[in-house]
Design a protein around this ligand. Structure first.
Ligand code: UDP
Length: 341
């Protein structure tokens, strides 16, 4: 299979690229390195069948050529991370909606299959856990920037389903639930890399709100397996799937778990949401996937539990630190600053 991954230098994209290369596929990636990093694909450079272009998905002539040369597009390019969304809402909306428009339009011309990455964020404030794909999506007001992310991804989903219905484009939509794993950066606010970096640096572990909010984390390797299974299954076309892991943990318990696993002496501090993000910030109290649909279609079962995910992430962060460049990188990531590539 010849694949194109938009956002292929991102955390999930780079893991997917590696898996596709391992199964003998050709992989082209396009990434503008806005939230992705060249570090993520360093080990793939020079592998047979791998090629990368540093550019934006909005570059239509480039995308036309790249889509022409592939069989399947994994469209992962997006502005992600709650911190980024709060700080740069215009970019979030324009990248997420504009990029998907370009990809779907060109895929329609060439009749290519497109896997569209969406997010569990679309369930918004719904309290109807576990979330099923056909459930109502409950967002807050437009005055709160956070909801722009969910809304932009919902529009992507609508657009993909519209292209499928009207123009017979084979699309598959996946909603990711807090994907974590080695090489994820904490720069855009993601909690696990931030807590791990803070714990390893002996700095305070910053729990936002009261820490009773919960999440269900999914290992990136499980997400990649789900993507590979769905893209191969004709029954997935025109459908939306949760890709997650039902194991739930509160953010305070997560902080404690990471502190224990790193044998860190870091204090755990709580920071009000208003200070952490913006005045009037709304968080979701729980986010748990119902994975019955993907299980029924392709037999997907998450294989990696939270304990093993955290051990893998901590081990990787420690190895990075030991290599020297990791210490500065981890500290900057924890502080939420940019890295120079
Ligand atoms: N969070 C936290 N401390 C941090 C970063 C995040 O307590 O340093 C919280 C955040 O408020 C949310 C949860 O951890 O309740 C997960 O945040 P993340 O940004 O990783 O993903 P989200 O589920 O919000 O998309």
């Amino acid at each position: 299979m010849r694949t194109l991954i938009t956002g292929g230098a991102g955390f999930i994209g780079a893991h997917l690229a590696e898996a596709l290369l391992l199964q003998g596929d050709e992989v082209a990636i396009v990434d503008d390195l806005s939230t992705g990093s060249i570090d993520n694909i360093e080990h793939l450079k020079g592998r047979p069948g791998f090629r990368y272009v540093i550019d934006s998905v909005m570059n239509e002539p480039l995308l036309a050529e790249m889509i022409d040369r592939c069989d399947v597009v994994f469209h992962l390019a997006a502005a992600v991370g709650v911190r980024l969304i709060i700080e740069a809402p215009t970019r979030t909306i324009e990248t997420n909606v504009g990029g998907t428009e370009v990809v779907l339009k060109l895929a329609a011309k060439k009749r290519r299959k497109v896997v569209i990455a969406s997010t569990s964020e679309v369930y918004g404030k719904s309290a109807d856990v576990p979330f099923r794909e056909d459930a109502d999506l409950v967002l807050g007001p437009t005055s709160k920037h956070r909801w722009a992310y969910a809304c932009s991804k919902m529009l992507d989903e609508f657009l993909a389903l519209a292209y499928h219905a009207e123009k017979q484009v084979p699309v598959v939509i996946v909603r990711f639930f807090n994907t974590i794993g080695p090489r994820q950066t904490g720069r855009y606010g993601m909690v696990v890399p931030r807590f791990v970096a803070q714990a390893l640096a002996g700095e305070p572990i910053t729990v936002y709100g009261d820490g009773t909010q919960s999440r269900s984390f999914t290992y990136v390797g499980d997400v990649v397996r789900a993507l590979l299974a769905l893209v191969d299954h004709p029954g997935a076309v025109g459908e939306v799937f949760n890709v997650g892991n039902g194991e739930e943990i509160t953010i305070r318990a997560l902080a404690e778990r990471i502190r224990t696993l790193t044998s860190s002496a870091s204090p755990i501090v709580t920071i009000p949401y208003d200070e952490a993000y913006e005045a009037g910030f709304e968080d979701m109290p729980r986010r748990v996937p119902d994975i019955g649909k993907i299980r029924a279609l392709v037999g997907y079962e998450p294989r990696v539990g939270l304990h093993d995910m955290l051990c893998a992430i901590i081990g990787d962060a420690e190895r990075e630190a030991a290599r020297g460049r990791g210490t500065a990188r981890a500290a900057r990531a924890a502080a939420g600053q940019s890295l120079t590539v």
